[in-house]
Design a protein around this ligand. Sequence first.
Ligand code: AP5
Length: 211
Amino acid sequence: MNVVLFGPPGAGKGTQSALLIEHKSMKQISTGDLLRAAIKNQTALGQQAKSYMDKGELVPDQVVIGMVEEVLKADKHQNFIFDGFPRTAPQAEALAEMLKRLDMKLDRALFLEVPYDQLLTRLTGRRVCRSCGATYHVQSKPPKVDAICDVCGGEVIQRPDDKEDVIGTRLKAYEKNTEPLKDYYRAQGLFQSVDGTGTSEEVYQRLSREL
Ligand code: AP5
């Protein structure tokens, strides 16, 4: 089963993807994670992407489409969760074409619904491990030892794009480019909205029922 998991920044896409990987043996393709890895490895693509991400703007479509295509070609016929991709109409069209070429199909587009004030609380309080990318929150999920990752012992930091001024730009980019994908997937009969509030486990139970 191939699933698009989408929603505004901070809706819990990464958190829910981790649970789906653990419990349902799905494979995540997170364009945000792929881009951050490219920045960490100081590739040309990473350097290009960084200037957009630091400002909270979307990275150009062709860059992210190319990245996703590489992963899909190498690893086709898994049960994929597309996390944070597609984010624009051209990306959604490109995904449909890629899947068709690879004789695959999209089964659901699950949208995580979270009120604006909760998104802000989640984003401003999020912390991540610099080494392994594990996600924490200062209130709802702090690491056991302050600033040290429970998983790998790495340093736990705030993501540069989780600063308040950048969050505003990310939310606007979401409203302009990604929100319209609800109608795109609704028209294809793939759209399902899922209540993204409550604990991560509660959200996961709701998502599971849709799979
Ligand atoms: P990306 O990394 O994809 O960021 P995003 O979409 O803004 O989503 P986030 O990672 O911020 O949030 P999330 O929904 O995964 O929430 P999480 O689970 O972490 O993209 C970053 C940038 O890369 C973009 O701005 C853009 O520049 C670029 N980019 C990426 N993909 C692109 C594309 N396709 N096209 C163009 N550019 C692209 O949770 C957030 C916090 O809330 C955490 O602290 C977590 O612990 C907490 N939390 C989660 N669930 C709950 C819950 N149920 N209750 C309480 N707290 C919770």
